[in-house]
Design a binder for this molecule. Structure first.
Ligand code: ASP
Length: 461
């Protein structure tokens, strides 16, 4: 156990703090091989590595500095912050829906104490209630930490474990599920859950935060309230992503798990529905549907669990000048599926054709999506498209590239039969391929365009 002044530090990182005689919560200048940084040394949590010192800069961002790059640290001051958040028992309120919150990690889980910037290791109902007491007015809550990872570390193994945990909870009779998740790959997990947990009678809502909870502009608390509202009270029994709608904190949006994408690296309104409009708007008080055709909440507990994934699938983002060797190496390494993200209507260059032929011969399942994200693959328009299709590449409609990647892994987890995989790929589970994209969809919620403002005024009365 480290004592209080080195809270959570171990290994190399602890050695560096000791060497320069600085404590957690010191305000310090850190001289490194990459320049000087000034800020407050933050505590670390049990599940973090022993190689970095975490510093809160004046901008509010936390950075990790590799311990071995540190030349010296000079303490300028010290102000111990209150670490941890008060634990209060989450009250049970008869009549409120019962929601289960699964924690997987990400910013929303790791920095919930917005007053101190402290890193908290988990989120028990007590900690959550201490941080966001308003949650108790919305739902009765149970929590469970399934993982504590930043979302780049989520993958097939985690999707399967999460899908099983979610289905089990639904079978027990919960009124809604919320999943705290890192935002970076939330749309991959949302797609995976859509395919793995089908026919859910209750909402399954993924939520995260773009700004850590120690920053005044954090979206963590509000996103959580919106997600709880959606999970406990909405009629939309689908896998949804719940994040800020506009850049202000006016309302949240609920996006379909198969049509959503993280589109901005730092805005809180980073999640956008692509190729459609969001399903609904959400505030603490109410849920306002935008789409009418969604799966309605049911009273039964009949969920269909399909926890399959073959991870020998790759996504290849085409760039001009691509050489076939990349595809050859995938084939040689035993990959069974490739999702191409092609230019325009779905193209790759001629140089890649021989590799497509080889992949086709080897029975590799190949699908085409588009880099434009909006719109459909159209491989009949140019010769190029026809040539690529003749080499076994199947157009995936308006399926988003990441969704196609997840779906192909899920499909190949069930069968390797070319026709059966094609049928699974091209039969939508929940709008991952749609017949048309709404004419106003492309502009909606991009902001600053007259027709957009008018659309928002109409919906948001
Ligand atoms: N890197 C973090 C993650 O995706 C970002 C976040 O949580 O928003 O886990």
């Amino acid at each position: 156990m480290n004592n209080d002044i080195f809270q959570g530090y171990k290994g190399e990182a602890l050695e560096v703090l000791k060497k320069f005689n600085v404590r957690v919560w010191s305000h310090a200048i850190i001289d490194t091989t990459r320049g000087k940084f000034e800020g407050t040394i933050l505590p670390r949590s049990e599940h973090q590595d022993d190689k970095h010192i975490v510093v809160k800069l004046a901008t509010g961002y936390n950075i990790g500095i590799t311990a071995k790059n540190i030349k010296s640290i000079k303490e300028l001051g010290y102000k111990k912050a209150h670490y941890g958040i008060p634990q209060k028992e989450f009250p049970y309120t008869p009549g409120l829906p019962k929601v289960k919150l699964f924690g997987t990690g990400g910013t929303i889980a790791s920095r919930l104490d917005y007053r101190t910037g402290a890193v908290i290791p988990a989120f028990s109902p007590g900690e959550l209630y201490g941080a966001v007491p308003e949650l108790a007015d919305i739902v009765n809550l149970e929590t469970e930490k399934v993982f504590a990872v930043f979302s780049e570390n989520m993958g097939p193994e985690q999707y399967i474990a999460l899908a099983k945990a979610v289905a089990k909870e639904i079978e027990k009779g919960v009124d809604g599920i919320v999943i705290g998740h890192g935002t970076d790959t939330m749309h991959h997990t949302a797609a995976a859950l859509t395919f793995m947990v089908q026919n859910s009678p209750v909402p399954i809502v993924l939520v995260g935060s773009q700004r850590s909870s120690d920053r005044p502009s954090s979206d963590a608390a509000l996103n959580l309230m919106h997600a709880m509202k959606a999970a406990g009270h909405s009629d939309i029994a689908e896998v949804l992503v719940c994040m800020f709608g506009p850049t202000s904190d006016e309302y949240g949006l609920l996006h379909k798990g198969t049509r959503v994408r993280k589109m901005h690296s730092s805005y809180r309104s980073t999640f956008r529905t692509i190729g459609d409009t969001p399903v609904a708007m959400v505030t603490r008080e109410k849920i306002t549907p935008i789409k009418r055709n969604y799966h309605h909440r049911r009273k039964d507990k009949n969920v269909k669990l399909l926890p399959y994934f073959d991870n020998r699938v790759a996504m290849v983002y085409y760039y001009p000048g691509m050489k076939p060797d990349i595809i050859y190496s995938l084939i040689d390494n035993g990959y069974k599926g490739i999702v191409f993200v092609g230019t325009g209507l779905g193209h790759v260059n001629k140089a890649v054709y021989p590799a497509l032929e080889k992949a086709q011969e080897e029975g590799v399942h190949m699908y085409m999506t588009v880099q434009t994200l909006w719109g459909y693959v159209q491989m009949f328009v140019y010769d190029t498209g026809r040539d690529i299709m003749a080499r076994g590449v199947i157009p995936a409609g308006n399926m988003l590239p990441e969704v196609a990647y997840i779906k192909l892994g899920w499909a190949l987890g069930q069968t390797h039969d070319l026709e059966k995989v094609k049928e699974l790929m091209l039969t939508p589970v929940n709008d991952e391929i749609t017949l048309r994209e709404p004419y106003n969809g492309y502009l909606v919620f991009q902001g600053g365009v007259p027709e957009v403002e008018e659309f928002i005024r109409k919906i948001h009365k």
